[in-house]
Design a protein around this ligand. Structure first.
Ligand code: PMP
Length: 354
């Protein structure tokens, strides 16, 4: 039986998607060739790329609104650099809500002045800074919607006239937002969208072309737009599985449907964390992530027992990030509510056992 997979990424993918993906590896479109053997320039693969790009825009409600979707390589980490390369002329504002935001800030500093307008570094990033202001004269404001490592999530986004750039790697397609407020969104595929190996970038074309520096070809968003996300050989398998996952989400009812399920999963687990005196949440309650729930045991001596019980119940991937320890249950779109119930049952069983 399949394990209950709470892995933080790469992570659980829908069973149906995995079946279709494995079929395509052997025989794509009934054409007696593997998806991995055909030219990326062939019509069957160009159709896959175009469908993946249009599904991404459609699910976010960004079709025909001046946005382009790209599937590139280099992970979300390369976007830390590309965003600054393409958009930072003089000054940019960043919100520091975690290790990934911190990495984005480090990359941007090579291109101009970086104002960190808010930071929760002082408390191990266990909350989302509030009440900060964004100067009018910056080229853009960059934030990270969900801190995958510590488990905080931005519930609101600032009103600003400057371009809004967001790393949505760990919560894209999980909740309804006014996506039109954003000018550039990026996300590594390996959480809510597909396997590792491709990054989705959604960019409003009008914000490009304003920096004076020379941008190397492969780091230039405009080049990728002009080449329909095929400036070089794309990650064919990652793009195909992303397309299947986006289609799966659309068939289910899109973001409004999955958001309800995600809220139910998060409520179930956080209610137990708060009720059960053997467990304690580690971040500010109002900023808790619906995707990554972090918690610790109040008595560390119970660690071995709890870990063993989780293993016996088929629970996988709830160890906290290596930099913070404790536990982290990641509840991405494809994780069923039932898996969360199994985890909650184990937490209650631990309470009965001691
Ligand atoms: N941003 C966030 C919010 C992440 O969670 C991660 C990876 N877990 C990254 C960026 C880095 O992504 P990648 O490994 O694709 O470079």
């Amino acid at each position: 039986m399949k394990k209950h997979n709470f892995s933080a990424g790469p992570c659980i993918l829908p069973e149906d998607v995995l079946k279709k993906a494995s079929e395509a590896v052997l025989n794509f479109n009934g054409d007696n060739l593997s998806l991995l053997e055909i030219s990326h320039r062939s019509k069957p693969f160009v159709d896959v790329m175009e469908k993946a790009r249009s599904l991404a825009l459609e699910l976010l409600g960004l079709e025909n609104k001046g946005y382009k979707a790209l599937f590139l390589q280099g992970g979300a980490s390369l976007e830390f650099l590309m965003v600054a390369y393409n958009l930072l002329q003089k000054k940019a504002a960043y919100l520091n809500t975690g290790t990934w935001a911190d990495n984005a800030i480090k990359e941007a500093k090579a291109f101009g002045e970086v104002l960190v307008v808010g930071s929760s570094k002082d408390k191990g990033f266990n909350y989302i800074p509030k009440g900060y202001s964004i100067p009018e004269d910056v080229d853009y404001f960059h934030c990270t919607s969900n801190n995958t490592i510590v488990g905080t999530q931005m519930k609101t986004f600032p009103k600003t006239n400057v371009s809004l750039v967001c790393d949505m790697s760990s919560d894209i397609f999980s909740r309804q937002l006014d996506f039109e407020k954003f000018d550039l969104i990026y996300a590594g595929a390996q959480k809510n969208m597909g396997p590792a190996g491709t990054t989705l970038i959604i960019v409003k074309e009008e914000i490009l072309g304003k920096v004076e520096r020379h941008i190397p070809t492969m780091l230039d968003y405009q080049v990728h737009i002009d080449k329909d996300s095929m400036a070089n050989t794309p990650s064919v398998f990652a793009v195909y599985v992303s397309m299947l996952t986006l289609q799966w989400l659309k068939d289910l009812g899109g973001i409004p449907f999955i958001e309800e399920v995600n809220n139910k999963k998060a409520a179930l687990l956080y209610t137990e964390i708060d009720r059960n005196s053997l467990f304690k949440g580690v971040v500010a309650k109002e900023d808790r992530s619906t995707m990554n729930a972090t918690f610790v045991l109040t008595d560390e001596n119970l660690t071995a027992t709890f870990d063993k019980m989780c293993k016996q119940a088929g629970i996988n991937g709830i160890d906290g990030h290596r930099s913070v320890g404790g536990y982290r249950a990641s509840m991405y779109n494809a994780l069923p509510l039932y898996s969360v119930q199994v985890l909650v049952d184990v937490m209650q069983e631990l309470e009965r056992t001691i």
